[in-house]
Design a binder for this molecule. Structure first.
Ligand code: ZN
Ligand code: ZN
Length: 316
């Protein structure tokens, strides 16, 4: 049993990263899959891992994927069965028959070590570098808690999307006519969508801690005046306090312009005039959207996002 004994009673098996350097992980609580890059993020021993989806936190060794566990088991079984086969081979014998009535006896050992069950990691949708601890990780969907430091990425995703809208504005300056106008209008719509997605998620994460999640999830941030009322009644602070009064007014107007683009082919209606008091708009005419206006709007949206995040954090 020499070979088997040499294996000892402990195995250390390394889990190889994928071609992009990510190692798969699976939450023991919600069983959802994500990937991290070892060697980025926090340093230290015995740091817990946070599930990016449900926020569950536990020791790192609780987050192996089923495929990794199967792989590790198969590596062990491969070594053990390989050693057993080698040991049995040392017992092989072959006694030839002797004399007229002799019977020959032999034993040969057949068989191969159990095969290793290789696996490949899945492709995910959003790649994030945490802006607090620099961990590189990737998840399904967009929003996530950082697996290392636990910070939620909603503000980071807002900034990323606003930066994309900003690039559309810059691109608009390089083309002419209808395409330029379309890019500017898209940038406005994208800015509003980015804020709406961010703010809903920020409220949902906050409310899931405070146990009033279903109401908070229903808040829409596409209409700022409505959102202001809901935020006031749900969380008790004034959203408009994040900006100067005239900034709030022009941001509200931009958000209402998105409503016209999305629902009325960009044509001014009575409702728009009532909600914005826009002195330049005429019912039945196309709404004007200027590049400088959208650029200012993207900056104000970013600051409003930071304000909302810090207010929610202050409540927690
Ligand atoms: Zn989870
Ligand atoms: Zn982090």
């Amino acid at each position: 049993m020499r070979h088997l004994r040499q294996l000892g009673d402990q195995f250390s098996i390394s889990i190889p990263p994928d071609v992009n350097g990510y190692v798969g992980r699976e939450c023991p609580e919600c069983e959802q899959y994500f990937k991290i890059t070892l060697g980025t993020g926090l340093t230290g021993t015995d740091l817990p891992c946070h599930c990016p989806y449900c926020g569950h936190s536990a020791a790192q060794n609780q987050f192996f994927t089923k495929a990794q566990i199967e792989y590790a088991r198969s590596v062990v079984m491969n070594k053990v069965t390989g050693a057993i086969i080698k040991d049995l081979k040392t017992l092989e014998f072959n006694h030839r028959p002797r004399g007229a009535f002799g019977i020959g006896i032999s034993m040969t050992v057949e068989g191969r070590p159990q095969p290793i069950r290789h696996y490949s990691e899945m492709e995910l949708e959003e790649q994030v570098v945490c802006d607090r601890c620099t961990l590189r990780y990737t998840v399904f969907g967009t929003f996530a808690f950082c697996p290392d430091c636990g910070k939620h990425n909603s503000l980071q995703i807002l900034e990323k999307n606003l930066a994309l809208a900003q690039k559309q504005i810059e691109l608009a300056a390089t083309v002419d006519g209808d395409l330029s106008a379309q890019l500017i209008a898209d940038a406005l719509e994208n800015g509003v969508s980015a804020f709406d997605g961010f703010a809903r998620e920020a409220c949902r994460v906050h409310a899931s801690k405070a146990a009033n999640s279903s109401k908070a999830e229903a808040v829409s941030f596409q209409n700022l005046a409505g959102a202001q009322k809901n935020v006031q009644s749900l969380f008790g602070f004034d959203l408009s306090a994040g900006l100067l009064a005239d900034e709030w007014l022009s941001l509200t107007r931009c958000f209402q312009k998105r409503h016209l683009l999305a629902h009325n082919m960009g044509i001014v209606d009575e409702e728009y005039l009532r909600k914005t008091n826009d002195p330049q708009a005429r019912v039945g005419r196309k709404i004007t959207i200027l590049a400088e206006e959208v650029q200012a709007m993207l900056g104000q949206t970013k600051r409003l996002g930071e304000f909302l995040a810090s207010c929610l954090q202050g409540l927690a």
